[in-house]
Ligand binder design. Sequence first.
Ligand code: UGB
Length: 598
Amino acid sequence: QKNLQLLSPDQVELAKMLVEMGQTHLFAHWADPGTDDDEKKAFFAQVAKLDQNYPGGLVSYIKNARELLADSKAGNNPFDGFTPSVPTGEILKFGDDNFLNFEEEGVKEARRAAFVLVAGGLGERLGYNGIKVALPAETTTGTCFLQHYIESILALQDASNKIAKDGCEKEIPFAIMTSDDTHTRTVQLLESNNYFGMKPSQVTLLKQEKVACLDDNDARLALDSNNKYKIQTKPHGHGDVHSLLYSSGVLNEWRDAGLKWVLFFQDTNGLLFKAIPASLGVSSSRQFHVNSLAVPRKAKEAIGGITRLTHADGRSMVINVEYNQLDPLLRASGYPDGDANCETGYSPFPGNINQLILELGPYIEELTKTGGAIKEFVNPKYKDASKTSFKSSTRLECMMQDYPKTLPPTARVGFTVMDTWLAYAPVKNNPEDAAKVPKGNPYHSATSGEMAIYRANSRILREAGAKVDDPATQVFNGQEVEVWPRIVWTPKWGLTFSQIKKKVGGSCSVSQRSTLVINGRDICVEDLNLDGALLVNSVNEAEVKVEGTVQNKGWVLESVDYKDTSAPEEIRIRGFRFNKVEQLERTYNKPGKFSLKP
Ligand code: UGB
């Protein structure tokens, strides 16, 4: 009461709201006016921010928290009344006619799309000190994830504009969700690299804020242990992306610019863009309001399962069930083995890779109803079975793939299954944890993420007619991986299979120990026999034909132990580096037609 005189009318309203919501403990220790006054103002500035950043404000947050905490205490199953079953979706096979048709349709649609990268996570499982999008996706060229993503979007933009033939050079917008943990370093990475060739005006950064922590089942807000005038906060999860896109007005801007699709993706999947054109084609052809990209999933793998849930009351939805919930749900629903592989060696539930394609119109319509709020969950760690107190504070969380949970049954929610080798190789686990992954399950480490890029590129070149040697097996950081030839190309060389096929001709061969870097748009590889390292760089105006035999000592892979702190962290976490013994490198930086024939 005594401190009310310090407050502005808005702050007085906030104070009343907190008291009405059972939060008087927040003020119990407040000193009399004259002491800690600046801290008290800072407290209300924080409360105002927490209130503003949650759909419905702190009142809703506290109410939602009480409900979810009561459900959790009572042990209510969020899936009560729902029966899981295996849904049907579009299953694609790389390179067949169906795939090519979807790719073509996807490229056509791409200029009506916007991309959204969720990059607010710190990546605790990976334990890398920098931001994850700054990590090299592969170390042959050292291209980081963010550069690769931007160059892929630009390549798609060019390809889409080229076939549109209306003379309009459309620019694909790119939004990045950051958090306090990643924002400044993401901005620095973009600015110090000229946005990797994208116009800064194409890029929108949206910073997610943390939410208040909760101390008990009454949803009493937790105070910071080091500052009694500060509420403790924690991340709310990637689901924030929807409310941020909505409240920032970005979605309406996109709609007014004539866009139709929004594509969401995560921070460290170096393969993803190989699957984007075809899956966008599926969205467009099948008129999906929601399309989740999926891959075959090994039982117990730490990715969610796409599941059809049918309720006794007739409701039905196709939704991601998170990996820790799938097993109990199945066990409770007549699958005694829970999350188990079927005769294919995989779980019958496709694995969610959290790449979502939403149709913009219905998306805005839905968010207008919900204000961007996504169904949340709470995961308190209780002290004992009475479930009355927590080991440490908790908070509400939300996931972006839970967006369909509020949709009406008429919404067209589908999914697209792609080959894992083509679409999914995230970098999430640190070397130590990756080495403990049961044999046969994916490591999801920097090692496997990089090797997967070489494997995908090698397999794509094979499909395009080249003879690419089988991989060798090697162990790095305790992980056994297939080592394919290190073949890398820039996205503008080939983002779709049909583009790539046109650039690989005659009879080409690449030996297992080879490195091939194609860094230019109009480079044609014909009758090339490569046994060593070859790097070709060219500007857009140069047309280069690469042919003949290239043989040299090449780049040799050397092991690096992850505990060896003399090596840079980016290298250590993958467990190898290249000894660049010998190579042939050619650069064409003038317009014209050229032939590289050693
Ligand atoms: N992220 C944010 O932007 N903000 C946050 O507050 C948290 C994360 P993780 P997770 O790829 O296979 C997801 O930590 O959440 C970003 C799906 O839920 O890498 O454990 C973060 O920067 C799961 O169903 O993954 O699991 C990153 O880009 C499955 O699909 C992204 O959100 C799994 O990913 C994901 O964060 C998967």
